[in-house]
Write a protein that binds this ligand. Structure first.
Ligand code: ADP
Ligand code: MG
Ligand code: MG
Length: 482
């Protein structure tokens, strides 16, 4: 059977209109780029639907369940990594001289450690991302998940993924022209990521223990993905009675204050129980020392951080690579769990001066099409592929090279789908990346929350190497379990 189902042009047009209207009516929205906004719309009043697929994309049910099953072990593991001072020291020894951004984070880590950490609790809202891998020519059903990365800061699209899952359910239920006889409703898994994320923040807020305190979301000035964030705010207020403030790092530096004794963080007269970062993950979030000062202020404070600087540091690709070294995982988890986690690893190599690093260097030069070269960056658009790997390697010194890792390319079997961006249909071969959210709260002694927090499917043209919705490569999707 062909998938997605074939339709007349008239039917397809009608479905496209139904989908766009549903998206707009239900807040599946983003702000358009500034250059597309005309002056007649003031105060951010012009919006567009978030890019989405018209159909859910087939994903093997067993692999979907497997990815979910890995999330709680990952939540625990990330926490254990974050409290392993020797690990952070080891990694930063390698990165300090070659990665200014990581070095700045490390300085905050060291400073707060030296002063004495005021808040022992930490909140993790993570997302582990996977691609399907299959031998060339094999079909989707025989494909297996391989981990792309794990994210420990500003893992986004929880809300919009919840609404995209609902959009596909709506289309299926509203019209038999959509996919009658092709899709069964129980192939569309429920997705409550926005409730899970808000629930995690609410648990941290309760742990803080001041009923008058608020949550602060640290946001980028001019953020376009604002509705994904707003839904978390609305959920916190409506389901938990908790108020949330949005503040930029600059505003926090200008107006945030620490109580000299308790280190309680207040801004504009409100005490902050939880600081939730949706900014601060990229060098561009820190255009001056002011933003770094703000980050230090928050880290020093009594507020519960999501994430702490330590969580952010252990989210580095370098740590992901280290975990693939035989025996490393066993330092944190039992052998059974280690094997389970490792099953989804693809080849990861250091680019340092070690024998393995030299080996990786040779491999990359010999067969660059087999790999992706990654710096310690987040947010999409930073990786190096194919012949660019060779060009880059030739320019770097041995020391500079260690700022990167080398990773085997995961090869997804191509599927067909229709992507919708700014109202336009884009038809073609696609590949999807599955993300599983993890919600984890630790009070400093023990885990209080350790949950699977729903999922995200992002789909891009198969020929595009880079992913990322905000970066403009991918659209939001939902899995059709097969
Ligand atoms: P970021 O933290 O910037 O999101 P990622 O490691 O997720 O960095 O890489 C960005 C994108 O590059 C992914 O969404 C995926 O599309 C692609 N990518 C990354 N690693 C691989 C890989 N090993 N194989 C295939 N594609 C990859
Ligand atoms: Mg990332
Ligand atoms: Mg990513």
């Amino acid at each position: 059977m062909t998938y997605p189902p074939t339709q007349s042009d008239t039917d397809r047009q009608a479905l496209l209109n139904d989908a766009i209207d549903w998206a707009v009516a239900h807040g599946l929205l983003i702000r358009p780029p500034v250059e597309k906004v005309s002056d007649s719309f003031e105060n951010g009043s012009l919006v567009t639907h978030a890019p989405f697929t018209l159909y859910p994309t087939p994903f093997p049910r067993a692999e979907f369940e497997k990815a979910k099953g890995l999330q709680q072990p990952w939540n625990t593991l990330i926490h254990k990594l974050s409290v392993d001072d020797a690990l952070i020291t080891e990694v930063m020894k390698e990165l300090s001289g070659v990665d200014d951004f990581m070095q700045k984070l490390y300085e905050i880590y060291l400073k707060t450690k030296e002063e004495g950490v005021m808040q022992r609790a930490s909140l993790g809202i993570h997302r582990c991302d996977y691609l399907l891998h299959a031998e060339i020519g094999a079909d989707t059903k025989s494909a297996r998940i391989q981990q792309v990365e794990f994210n420990t800061i500003a893992s986004s699209f929880g809300s919009l993924s919840t609404y995209t899952s609902q959009l596909h359910r709506y289309l299926l239920q509203a019209s038999e022209r959509y996919a009658a006889g092709v899709i069964n409703i129980d192939q569309l898994p429920e997705n409550r990521s926005v409730q899970a994320i808000a629930g995690g923040i609410a648990s941290a807020w309760k742990l803080y223990g001041n009923p008058h305190a608020r949550v602060m979301m640290v946001v980028q000035p001019g953020e376009r993905n604002v509705f994904d964030q707003r839904w978390i705010e609305y959920n916190l207020l409506e389901s938990h009675g908790i108020r949330l403030l949005r503040r930029t790092l600059e505003e926090i530096e200008d107006r945030g204050e620490l109580n000299p004794k308790t280190k309680a963080l207040t801004i504009d007269g409100h005490e902050i129980a939880v600081t939730y970062f949706r900014s601060g993950y990229a060098p561009t979030d820190y255009p001056s020392s002011k933003e770094w000062d703000a980050r230090l202020k928050v880290e020093r404070s009594l507020s519960i951080k999501c994430p702490t600087v330590a969580y952010q540091i252990v989210g580095a690709k370098k740590i992901q690579q280290l975990l693939s070294v035989p025996g490393r995982l066993e330092r944190y988890v039992d052998v059974y769990t280690a094997d389970l986690l490792r099953e989804s690893f693809t080849g990861l190599y250091p680019f340092d001066n070690s024998a393995e690093g030299q080996h990786a260097y040779k491999l990359a030069l010999e067969d660059p099409e087999r790999f992706v070269m990654k710096p310690q960056r987040e947010g999409g658009g930073n990786n190096i592929y194919g012949s660019d790997i060779v060009d880059t390697l030739k320019k770097l010194t041995v020391e500079e090279r260690s700022a990167y890792i080398l990773m085997e390319l995961i090869r997804s079997p191509p599927l067909e789908n229709l992507m919708v961006r700014e109202g336009k249909l884009i038809e073609g071969e696609v590949a999807s990346e599955l993300g599983i959210y993890g919600i984890y709260l630790n009070d400093g002694d023990k885990a209080i929350v350790n949950e699977i927090g729903g999922h995200l499917l992002r789909t891009k043209a198969h020929s595009t190497k880079e992913g990322g919705v905000a970066a403009g490569f991918a659209v939001i999707d939902s899995p059709l379990l097969v």
